[in-house]
Design a protein around this ligand. Structure first.
Ligand code: KIV
Length: 285
């Protein structure tokens, strides 16, 4: 059987056993200038594939709602569903750090609810939780971190704020202190750091703003649609694999698994209809 503990880092050809990525490792990476590669995962199969490819952080994102469940926004996914997906990602026993998203409505009520939800996600196998927002949720981040649960912040285009933003809109283009405006995002980043977060996702903001925030932070920033200056990058797995129908200007498909999957299944359908499948090689005597 393949021993997952001695897997190699396929990405760089380094055949030495890979050390477990931990929360202190993330902070160390920032201080040593090592860039952090994060990708979403929603199940054990793809968690293992991404882990074997050398990814540092697996995010069990609430994007599971749009990517896997066919929803229009991330808002409908429940805590129970996030617990389930966290459990099946953690079942791959990855070397990558497992981060679990707190879904909409499971921390906005305050510190106690935030801690209770985080405990559920950690018990399912996550090693860190992530939640969206800045100044307005800093007290929740502080409470979760004080309960000894590592927390990752997420500011900028926060998909759980879909209705306030009027859609998934780029944030931080205008100066001002209102939610989503540039000066407010700087305050948000500062508040998240001061509250004790171990890292900060910055999504959908101009590259120069993400660079300014990154330069001011002692914790690593991980960008998505936030330019090249963040300490790390995150993308949705299905966008990286070209497995989704959506075309996002900031995402890059590194493969075309949508066509490959459709072609493979069409070929199977054809062979069943032609009665060329199963052949003798795949039949029992
Ligand atoms: O849920 C998710 O996939 C995310 C990333 C886009 C950062 O939060």
């Amino acid at each position: 059987m393949f021993d997952r503990n001695i897997r190699v880092m396929a990405a760089n050809g380094d055949h030495t056993p890979r050390a477990k990525v931990t929360v202190p490792w993330l902070l160390q990476a920032k201080h040593e200038g090592r860039r952090i590669a994060m990708i979403t995962a929603y199940d054990a199969t793809f968690a293992a594939i991404a882990d074997d490819a050398g990814v540092d952080v697996l995010l069990v994102g609430d994007s599971v709602a749009t990517v896997m469940q066919g929803e229009r926004t991330t808002l409908p996914v429940s805590l129970e569903e996030m617990v389930y997906h966290t459990r099946i990602v953690a079942a791959a026993r990855p070397k990558a750090l497992v981060v679990g998203d707190l879904p909409f409505g499971t921390y906005q009520q305050g510190a106690t609810t935030g801690i209770d939800s985080s405990v559920r996600i950690i018990k399912a196998g996550a090693e860190c939780v992530k939640l969206e927002g800045g100044v307005s949720v800093a007290h929740v981040i502080e409470a979760i971190a004080t309960a000894d649960i590592p927390v990752m912040g997420h500011i900028g285009l926060t998909p759980q704020s879909y209705h306030r933003m009027g859609g998934n809109k780029i944030q931080g283009r205008q100066h001002g202190d209102q939610a989503g405006q540039r000066d407010r995002l700087l305050q948000d980043a500062h508040a998240v750091e001061q509250a004790g977060a171990c890292a900060l996702v910055i999504e959908g903001v101009p590259a120069d703003l993400a660079a300014e925030i990154t330069g001011k932070m002692s914790i690593p920033t991980i960008g998505i649609g936030a330019g090249p200056s963040c300490d790390g990058q995150v993308l949705v797995l299905h966008d990286v694999l070209g497995l989704s129908h959506r075309k996002l200007s900031f995402a890059k498909p590194y493969a075309d698994l949508l066509s490959a999957s459709t072609n493979a299944i069409s070929e199977y359908v054809k062979e069943v209809r032609d009665n060329t499948w199963p052949d003798a090689e795949h039949s029992f005597s």
